[in-house]
Ligand binder design. Structure first.
Ligand SMILES: *Cc1c(COP(=O)(O)O)cnc(C)c1O
Length: 228
């Protein structure tokens, strides 16, 4: 099942990439493996998955040793007191939404003598329940990066509300792309606008059409999640 799903997802990514004037290889597929056991993750790795995404620090910790070498991404809300559990395991944290969290990542990364790549999560729809900063707060976080040595801002991330309405999806994704391009045209120390992480199972093709180059896809690859 995973094999056929993955083939379909890759085909869709390639199509959306070409339609937006890019090569399929420019899009990083992050297989979102939350709730799924290490065996299933290893199956995906054998099918060529190079990047996996988890939304909870605890799950990274629990599964890390049982999964074959792969790049781990922390994509869900991260509490400051959990940074220490994942700092030596993940290659990127997508969900940074405060200066305090940036500072804690800096502290922990320094201990491990590494530089952690982070993305700033933006709440682009203005939805109340979602994590992420308001677009107006972005500049303050970007400026803060100048003083950090073990954290590097590599781009932006968003999660948009679930909807079947393609126009609404594109509106949010286009707004993200506008911010991404705007920051690219400016110069901030220690900020590299390289990755635009947006798009999940229900909307990754729309996200790619709006310039996403990292998509986080779970259920379209692994099927429905069962929460215990
Ligand atoms: C679960 C999750 C995804 C993947 O969701 P699917 O709809 O299963 O593709 C992507 N991003 C984040 C932050 C998630 O928590």
């Amino acid at each position: 099942m995973i094999e056929e799903n993955l083939r379909q997802v890759r085909e869709n990514i390639a199509k959306a990439a070409r339609e937006s004037g890019r090569e399929p290889g420019e899009i990083t597929l992050i297989a979102v493996t939350k709730t799924h056991p290490p065996q299933m993750m290893n199956e995906a790795v054998h099918l060529g998955i190079t990047d996996v995404g988890e939304n909870k620090a605890q799950e990274v910790r629990d599964k890390y040793a049982q999964v074959e070498p792969v790049r781990w991404h922390l994509i869900g809300h991260l509490q400051r007191n959990k940074v220490k559990y994942i700092i030596d395991k993940v290659c990127m944290i997508h969900s940074v939404d405060s200066i305090e969290l940036m500072d804690e990542i800096e502290r922990q990364a320094e201990k491990h003598q590494k530089v952690m790549d982070i993305l700033i999560q933006i709440n682009i729809s203005g939805e109340e329940t979602k994590f992420g900063i308001e677009p107006q707060q972005l500049e303050a976080l970007l400026e803060h990066a100048a003083g950090l040595k073990h954290v590097r801002i590599m781009g932006l991330m968003t999660i948009i509300p679930k909807t079947d309405d393609s126009i609404t999806k594109r509106l949010h994704f286009d707004n993200m792309q506008r911010i991404f391009i705007d920051i690219q045209s400016k110069t901030y120390d220690n900020v590299h606008m390289k990755y635009l992480s947006m798009g999940m199972s229900g909307d990754y093709m729309d996200a790619i059409a709006s310039g996403a180059n990292m998509v986080r896809v779970g259920s379209a690859i692994f099927g429905k999640r069962e929460y215990k």
